[in-house]
Design a protein around this ligand. Structure first.
Ligand SMILES: O=C(O)c1ccccc1NCC(=O)[C@H](O)[C@H](O)COP(=O)(O)O
Length: 224
């Protein structure tokens, strides 16, 4: 999996259709969030996922930490990839990978001011049990770990890319205006954005999505 563009936080079928039409590869569905405020129902997400044509794919974004629960939820939704945002124990990651070799597992690395060493150690510890890592940015003001719209120190992301034997998707405050420079500096395998592509109404803005996709493709191509 290389040079993917993912957009997270799908609200409904119209938004999913817009993203597919603009050439987004993976669509992320944050569900069963700890806040209890999901943007879409599980039923609607399932319907959208079932209508996606390969190579487009739906990705469950989840704070679940139990391998069996994750596996069952993925089956329910019909997704073939899951992005784990919670503090999943190493043994649960191993179990998920061994029980569900068909599932593409992404593990988040949430960058804070002072946790680079911790994240590098996590990469070393769990790389064998995941298919890809995804960075994100912690918001100290709210405690938020995802969809914060904040960038982090890209030198940390670049160090994680160099350290990881598995591909890394870059996320955290990316938008149409900074994604090309992020790709140039960090050299990730994939990029993801959520809030940076929204308009004032909280829905994905077609012009922002179009520019995010084209800037990402251009910058990936320039990596050679
Ligand atoms: O997207 C969400 O709503 C979300 C909520 C809670 C945890 C993770 C979440 N999404 C994960 C993603 O892949 C987001 O796109 C990522 O956090 C980047 O968001 P942003 O900084 O707004 O681009």
């Amino acid at each position: 999996m290389n040079r993917l563009v993912q957009v997270a936080g799908i609200i409904d079928a119209d938004e999913a259709a817009l993203l597919c039409a603009e050439g987004v590869d993976w669509l992320g569905f944050p569900l069963r969030l700890p806040s209890g405020k999901d943007d879409i129902s599980e039923e609607d997400a399932t319907k959208i996922v079932s209508g996606l044509e390969s190579p487009r794919a739906g990705v469950l974004i989840s704070y679940l930490t139990d391998a069996d629960e994750v596996s069952e939820f993925c089956t329910q939704l019909g997704v073939t990839a899951v992005q784990l945002h919670g503090d999943v124990a190493d043994d649960q990651l191993r179990k998920l990978k061994s029980d569900r070799p068909d599932l593409y597992v992404l593990k988040s690395l949430v960058v804070r001011e002072d946790n680079a060493e911790e994240l590098l150690a996590l990469v070393d510890a769990v790389a064998d049990s995941v298919d890809m890592f995804i960075t994100d940015t912690y918001n100290p003001a709210t405690g938020g770990k995802g969809a914060t719209g904040l960038t982090h120190d890209w030198e940390v992301s670049a160090e994680l890319v160099r350290r990881s034997p598995k591909p890394l998707m870059m996320a955290g405050g990316l938008n149409p205006d900074n994604v090309a420079e992020a790709i140039r500096q960090v050299r990730p395998a994939a990029v993801d954005a959520h809030t940076g592509l929204e308009g004032p109404d909280g829905r994905k803005d077609v012009a922002k999505v179009r520019k995010f996709v084209s800037e990402s493709r251009r910058a990936f191509a320039q990596l050679g």
